[in-house]
Write a protein that binds this ligand. Structure first.
Ligand code: SF4
Length: 126
């Protein structure tokens, strides 16, 4: 099988052409450093991505807080994690790095907040 990948490890974005069978790479072209081959190998065997999304916030100065997984997760879980994320609500205040959900899908997948949300009630009483 032949396929082209764009390596996303660094801003170079090398276009890597690969000929492979199963998980065995037979020919590789366009990788400007050894990380490119590792990236392609992962893409063939178990592609990983960082999930990003938003979660509803109750009583916050904003109604949504952006979230992400702290580490890349298997690409096959992204859709399901997106569906679950739309069902989650958190109560303000929220701090950056706060875990808003943990062990999703029983796969040890956490979501952490990437912005700060103040409590609306607290702000209006000041
Ligand atoms: S192959 Fe190496 S140089 Fe090219 S994008 Fe990947 S990490 Fe960067």
């Amino acid at each position: 099988m032949e396929r082209e990948f764009i390596c996303i490890i660094c801003p170079n974005g090398c276009r890597i052409k690969v000929e492979y069978e199963g998980t065995n790479i037979k020919k590789i072209k366009g990788d400007e450093c050894p990380k490119g081959k590792d990236y392609v190998k992962n893409e063939i065997t178990n592609p990983l991505r960082v999930f990003t999304g938003s979660v509803l916030v109750e009583n916050g100065d904003f109604s949504l807080v952006s979230v992400k997984t702290p580490v890349p997760i298997p690409k096959k879980h992204l859709k399901k994690i997106g569906e679950i994320t739309r069902q989650i609500k958190v109560e303000a205040p929220v701090i950056i790095g706060q875990v808003v959900a943990s062990n999703l899908l029983n796969e040890n997948i956490d979501l952490i907040a990437t912005r700060k949300i103040e409590n609306r009630k607290f702000l209006s009483s000041q």
